[in-house]
Design a protein around this ligand. Structure first.
Ligand SMILES: C[C@@](CO)(OP(=O)(O)O)[C@H](O)COP(=O)(O)OP(=O)(O)OC[C@H]1O[C@@H](n2ccc(N)nc2=O)[C@H](O)[C@@H]1O
Ligand SMILES: Nc1ncnc2c1ncn2[C@@H]1O[C@H](COP(=O)(O)OP(=O)(O)O)[C@@H](O)[C@H]1O
Length: 289
């Protein structure tokens, strides 16, 4: 049995700098990986199956975990199976990359379980076919991202705690990107010098205004967070919003005061993904045994 984490991410800012002919948006962002997320359990088996502890998670071929597994089989010709159990903790359509991270963990976990040993760039290329956010989780570093999110430069962020709140709604990425009022001309920025710099006003999330118009509760959530932390912001295309904390304790206190119907978690940013740390341990144990 192999158990691996699928960490969340937050976009510390998100600038839309243009749009390609195929409709996809050019962006600039910093992905901060977090030490909180889903978990996947893998058992060798004759066929591919997926189970999940949460009723609203798709278990059919639309689940990114099964799509990742099928893509890996197709790419390598491998016909081995696995019984995969998904422990879902991240909100779906929350902008914290749960589905993309599950897909990356499935790619890397099955690569290890099936002894395929594909290079990381190959797995990231396969991941990109599943979603723009998958490569950052495959590479496993907090990163400055450009293009549609596939041009990644690892960054070293200072150790920071964040409160991440989900207002209980599902935001479709395609709906936000399809809005005519979305600002698509933010000037290109240079890689900022520090985390503090990206949490200041000149960096922002271009999707925030559109998402708040579609879902006023996101504006209410930002107002609530800003009473306690000036740097509150939405992540990705929503719906979650986050604030940098003075420490874990402040986060626990704020979670106690959370209005009804909102849920949240406190997490630390990680420069190296917990997934890659767990895989390194798995490989070390395998090689020594
Ligand atoms: C913008 C981000 C920032 O992290 O938003 P979140 O999804 O995390 O909220 C992501 O890059 C999103 O990546 P991901 O969620 O994988 O998106 P995909 O499945 O590839 O695309 C969903 C839809 O969004 C639109 N899309 C996506 C990415 C992009 N750079 N431009 C787009 O226009 C396309 O219409 C696409 O059909
Ligand atoms: N394993 C999965 N976990 C979450 N969502 C999934 C998964 N597989 C497929 N999906 C689909 O992807 C959509 C967005 O996924 P998610 O990554 O949670 O959102 P976001 O990109 O906003 O963080 C979901 O609404 C769901 O329909």
């Amino acid at each position: 049995m192999l158990t691996l984490p699928a960490p969340a991410k937050i976009n510390l800012f998100l600038h839309i700098t243009g749009q390609r002919d195929n409709g996809y948006h050019e962006l600039q962002t910093v992905f901060a990986l977090l030490d909180y997320g889903d978990r996947l359990h893998f058992k060798p088996a004759g066929t591919l199956t997926l189970s999940c502890d949460q009723a609203d998670v798709p278990r059919d071929d639309s689940n990114l975990v099964l799509r990742a597994a099928a893509l890996l089989q197709q790419h390598t010709g491998c016909r081995r199976g696995a019984a995969i159990r998904l422990e879902k903790r991240l909100p779906m359509g929350g902008g914290v990359g749960g589905g993309s991270s599950d897909a990356a963990t499935a790619l890397l976990g099955l690569d290890a379980l099936w002894d395929l040993n594909l290079p990381i760039p190959t797995l990231a290329q396969l991941g990109l076919e599943l979603g723009a956010d998958v490569p950052v989780f495959v590479h496993g570093h907090s990163a400055w991202a450009e293009g549609v999110g596939e041009h990644l430069t690892p960054v070293s962020l200072p150790d920071a705690h964040f409160l991440v709140i989900h207002p209980g709604i599902h935001v479709s990425t395609a709906r936000i990107f399809g809005d005519r009022q979305l600002t698509r001309d933010t000037p290109i920025s240079k890689l900022p010098a520090s985390l503090e710099a990206v949490l200041t006003d000149s960096f922002h999330n271009d999707c925030e205004a559109v998402a708040t118009r579609h879902f006023p509760v996101i504006g209410e959530l930002l107002d609530w967070l800003r009473q306690y932390a000036g740097n509150a912001r939405m992540t990705g295309t929503g719906a979650c919003c986050f604030a940098r904390l003075t420490g874990a304790q402040q986060g626990q206190q704020l979670l106690q005061q959370l209005p009804q119907h909102w849920t949240g978690f406190v997490a630390r940013s990680r420069n190296t993904s917990p997934l890659h740390e767990a895989l390194a341990k798995f490989r070390a144990t395998k090689n020594s045994g």
